[in-house]
Design a protein around this ligand. Structure first.
Ligand SMILES: [Zn+2]
Length: 102
């Protein structure tokens, strides 16, 4: 037996998360648009989400990651994350560290 109040609450929650999702997608689209523009203009790719450093794309065993030249943050795209799950992760991290120390 379902309670009409619970149903209403659930409906509101779903609406809330739907709206949050839409907002997140809109933000992501905007970010991708900015990145595409920067690429077209020949500017170095993207700004670091954490500081005002610039992200530089490097390849570690075929997985592209973005590293920040200022805070040494490492950023992964979802597709790259998926590639990582099919990789020997310990070896991959050793490759990453040695690359970062260059
Ligand atoms: Zn940074």
């Amino acid at each position: 037996m379902s309670n009409p109040l619970d149903e209403r609450r659930q409906g509101l929650e779903e609406e809330y998360f739907h709206r949050k999702n839409q907002e997140a997608i809109a933000k992501l689209r905007e970010k991708m648009r900015v990145a595409a523009q920067a690429k077209e203009a020949g500017e170095s790719s993207m700004k670091c989400p954490r500081c005002d450093g610039t992200l530089k794309e490097i390849f570690i065993e075929d997985v592209a990651i973005d590293t920040c030249d200022k805070c040494a943050g490492v950023w992964l795209d979802s597709g790259e994350m998926e590639k990582l799950t099919q990789t020997d992760i310990a070896r991959w991290f050793r490759s990453l560290w040695s690359k970062m120390e260059e």
